[in-house]
Design a protein around this ligand. Structure first.
Ligand code: FPP
Length: 239
């Protein structure tokens, strides 16, 4: 259950946008911006425990991002492999439990092996939960979930009458996570781009101008404080 007014968000989800523009502003290739963006992830994850944030979910690569140039896609995939290899020990030592959401079928085997290893290696970690959305799309996730749900109906383990708002999310990639309380998008774009569509039904949103490579732990702290002033009613009327 999400937290009430006056409390900080338990789950923060971030659409890390603006890496390309950040690099272009500096006359550098887009991948330079993605590398700078990757360095921000560590700072932001580290800040979570002191801010009372138990879950942080970041959008690293969408099902639509395959439409980018082959150079950018290959560069991002190589960055993800490097990030996991380089950061695994620090994440484990800092007690960060890492999970991945998204469809792994289209990802290369080496990357999937690294993802599986990192999930296993951090499976006992408890301080903060980092979820990385990689080849993730909200519609794709709902479609994959529905396929599995339909298989369970077909094999008799789920009755059509039992399909409801409680059973369907059990088939989503996020089945072990609480819904996000606060969704942040950087870089001044005010759209959600297929991120956590089902899960964000009652999330609060922050669209901020900062480009992701400039986003800091201080800015996260400011947004967490601002969330505490919001009045979440979940469709109800105040008594
Ligand atoms: C959007 O900015 C960003 C991405 C598609 C990639 C996000 C990836 C990272 C921040 C890399 C690090 C992540 C991990 C987990 C290591 P954009 O390229 O669309 O920026 P633009 O809108 O300015 O072009």
């Amino acid at each position: 259950m999400a937290k009430e007014k006056g409390k900080g968000p338990r789950h923060v989800a971030i659409i890390m946008d603006g890496n390309g523009r950040w690099a272009t502003q500096r006359g550098r290739p887009r991948l330079f911006g993605h590398h700078a963006g990757a360095r921000r992830v560590r700072e932001v994850v580290r800040a979570c425990p002191d801010l009372g944030v138990d879950y942080i979910t970041i959008f690293a690569f969408s099902t639509e991002n395959w439409k980018r140039t082959q150079v950018e896609v290959a560069g991002l995939m190589s960055l993800f492999r490097r990030y996991i290899t380089k950061e695994a020990k620090a994440l484990h030592d800092e007690d960060v439990r890492v999970r991945f959401i998204g469809d792994r079928v289209r990802l290369d085997n080496k990357l999937v092996d690294l993802m599986d290893e990192l999930e296993l290696m951090t499976s006992e970690c408890k301080k903060v939960n980092l979820t990385i959305a990689l080849n993730y799309g909200g519609r794709d996730e709902v479609a994959r979930a529905t396929k599995r749900l339909a298989q369970d109906v077909a094999n008799g383990s789920l009755k059509p009458a039992d399909v409801n708002e409680e059973t369907l999310p059990k088939y989503l990639d996020t089945y072990v996570l609480p819904d996000p309380d606060l969704v942040i998008r950087t870089s001044g774009e005010a759209r959600i781009s297929n991120f956590l569509l089902w899960q964000s039904a009652y999330a609060e949103y922050e669209f901020i101008d900062t480009l992701w490579p400039d986003f800091t732990a201080e800015e996260l702290a400011r947004l967490v404080r601002s969330y505490g002033t919001r009045d979440r009613r979940f469709g109800a009327v105040k008594a």
